[in-house]
Design a protein around this ligand. Structure first.
Ligand code: GAL
Length: 634
């Protein structure tokens, strides 16, 4: 598979006289793709029903003539102002019932039927106009579903749609009352129309109610996206992508991905390190200009799974961004390293965001490949280097990993709904385990929650999965490799009750989680072999083999042959030991790496990435700061 580069471009931001030169420079740089259109609704449809696509045809033509391929975005993340006069109630409402108003972007409620009609019209018009255009080689639906907290809406439209969703799911209010346990606190309903959204209650709402609202809200994103993909497919054979955003779990990306051909994600390593990562101040200082050494890789592996093998970076940070608490300049070389790391994880394309820094509006302070005065910014030359290297580099095929790590979006909702401890965050837990695997130099595949066949893997992990699927439990029952399930896995029923018999209820295992406790960050539970459990621990009763014991005598890790249950959140020391032992039993070769150095094998090459700001010597080579090294595998 040939790997390619691209860029995000906004022809509507620049005088038309500049387009040709821009296109020529993009082509000269070695770019293949240009994504356009995703915020240009007010220019495409200046008044209701009056379409103006001439400019877009000319833009596509100009880019195409220069040899570039276009990714055309549907503009539904930015409904124009006139639409609000028509549908004042199309805005999402926040949990306090306040409208999320016009003046930026993503100002819509996924459940609003009038808004969906408008989307149907603009997407149909766009697909009719460009569906057969030879330069339009891919599509993007909307832009970053969920960004800016936009999945949950407490509007009238959402209330109505939620009631319909519940009626379809439960068929009768009695069935719903039983499923939710509404006898508790006299919360019983006699009609679906009595059910409100789970906000503005006096104290905590019923968690089953909240979970159904989360599932419903995710389904609304899925059906909104499907509405668009169905239309596009009528007019075009080009593949369809959506650009997901990093560390967002508010809707089920696998469910949306089922309607796409390509999953893509927007990678802003320095923004994420500053804005959305739990890490020590030392760690953040050390990687301030490089980004966390594992966060990008985790998303690469996640979106490879979401895209069923086909995935891209749709937006790659090229310099300082504008939206994090601190916005440092990347270390020279990082714009190249980030791209190569994506390719090593199987990305088909990496597109930098954006071509030229905008001198106006919200993102003035966000770097591009060009400065606002059109002079090349540092990432321009790094992208050119990647383009030259790609031309010389033989095609890369993705290697199948031998380690599988389950990722389940509903579990993120589950532990937000009932955290039980301030630090129990699902993403954080899974990422913690992923980091442990990466420290050992392992390739990891992320597995969807309904994975039914584990036979390709020697080691499988499922931390924090609220409800294990029947498919996965079935696969575990016959699995011959090593598995580590837990902590807090299989701890809820499908309706968010506590299962009886008590968890973990794993095939062939005789164990009961008798009690759980959450702990303040400075109260570890030491383990006899060293290290400790943090944040969360479970007291387990078992007649199975006890592998790890807490100093107070309770089992922390138990085993029934290859199947393990982990009763707590291990610190790094305990995690490293547990993973190393599991790899040993599984016959997996490990390569414990120095801090900030990461390794990834493709089918033919071994890549080393140095996230440090100092050179690192490893395996007989010196890798400079922000350096990438590759060698052919035997
Ligand atoms: C992304 C978004 C882009 C741009 C970028 C800035 O989240 O998709 O439109 O805003 O962030 O970093």
């Amino acid at each position: 598979m040939k790997r390619t580069l691209g860029v995000c471009y906004y022809p509507e931001h620049w005088p038309e006289s500049q387009w040709e030169e821009d296109a020529a420079r993009m082509a000269a740089l070695g770019l293949t793709w240009v994504r356009i259109g995703e915020f240009a609704w007010s220019y495409m449809e200046p008044q209701a029903g009056t379409y103006y696509f001439d400019w877009l045809h000319r833009a596509v033509e100009t880019l195409g003539k220069a040899g570039l391929k276009v990714v055309l975005g549907t503009p539904t993340a930015t409904p124009p102002r006139w639409m609000l006069d028509r549908y004042p109630d199309m805005l999402a409402l926040d949990a306090q019932g306040r409208p999320r108003g016009f003046g930026s972007r993503r100002h819509y409620c996924f459940s609003h039927e009038g808004y969906r009609d408008e989307c149907t019209k603009i997407v149909t018009a766009l697909a009719e106009q460009f569906g057969k255009n030879p330069h339009v080689a891919a599509w993007q639906t909307d832009n970053e579903y969920a960004c800016h907290n936009t999945v949950l809406s407490y509007s009238d439209a959402a209330t109505e749609a939620f009631r319909t969703w519940l009626a379809q799911k439960y068929q009768s209010p009695d069935a719903l009352n039983r499923a939710w346990g509404n006898i508790f606190w006299s919360m019983e309903y006699s009609d679906f129309d009595q059910i409100a959204l789970p906000n503005l209650t006096v104290t905590e709402p019923n968690p089953s109610h909240v979970m159904d609202f989360r599932r419903f809200s995710s389904d609304q994103v899925v059906s909104f996206n499907r509405l668009q993909t169905k239309i596009i497919r009528k007019y075009s054979d080009a593949p369809i992508a959506h650009n997901y955003m990093g560390r967002i779990t508010d809707f089920d990306h696998f469910d949306v991905g089922a309607d796409l051909d390509i999953a893509s994600w927007d990678s802003y390593p320095l923004g994420f390190l500053s804005d959305r990562l739990e890490a020590s101040p030392e760690h953040k200082r050390r990687f301030v200009r490089q980004g966390d050494p594992d966060l990008q890789a985790f998303h690469h592996d996640l979106y490879r799974a979401v895209g069923r093998g086909r995935w891209w970076i749709m937006e790659q940070q090229p310099g300082p961004v504008n939206w994090a608490p601190d916005n440092p300049d990347p270390l020279p070389g990082m714009a190249r390293l980030w791209a190569w790391e994506a390719f090593a994880h199987g990305a088909e394309a990496v597109c930098y965001f954006r071509w030229r820094q905008a001198p106006f509006a919200q993102e003035q302070m966000h770097a591009g490949l060009l400065r606002p005065d059109s002079v090349a910014a540092p990432a321009h030359d790094e992208a050119a280097q990647v383009a030259r290297e790609l031309a010389e580099m033989p095609d890369q095929d993705t290697a199948t990993a031998r380690v599988g790590l389950l990722f389940d979006y509903p579990s993120a909702w589950a532990w937000q709904t009932q955290p039980q401890g301030r630090d129990f965050d699902y993403f954080r837990l899974v990422f913690h385990v992923y980091k442990g695997l990466r420290r050992l130099g392992l390739n990891v595949d992320v597995l969807p929650p309904n994975t039914a066949d584990l036979s390709a893997y020697s080691l499988v992990l499922a931390p924090g999965v609220a409800t294990l699927s029947d498919a996965f439990l079935g696969a575990l029952a016959t699995y011959k490799g090593q598995a580590i399930i837990g902590p807090r896995s299989n701890a809820k029923t499908a309706t968010f009750a506590t299962p009886v018999p008590l968890p973990p209820n794993l095939p062939g295992m005789k164990a009961t989680v008798m009690r759980v406790e959450s702990l303040p960050p400075d109260v570890p539970v030491p383990l006899e072999q060293g290290g400790a459990l943090l944040h969360w621990r479970e007291k387990i009763e078992t007649t199975d083999h006890v592998v790890e014991v807490a100093e107070d005598g309770f089992p922390a890790l138990i085993a029934a042959e290859g199947l393990h249950y982990l009763g707590g959140w291990p610190d790094d020391v305990a995690l490293d030991r547990i993973l190393l032992a599991a790899c040993h039993r599984a016959g997996l070769e490990t390569d414990p790496l120095p801090e900030g150095l990461r390794r990834r094998d493709s089918a033919t090459h071994r890549f080393l990435f140095n996230y440090n700001s100092v050179p690192v010597e490893w395996a007989g080579v010196t890798i400079p700061p922000a350096g990438v090294h590759w060698s052919k595998l035997d």
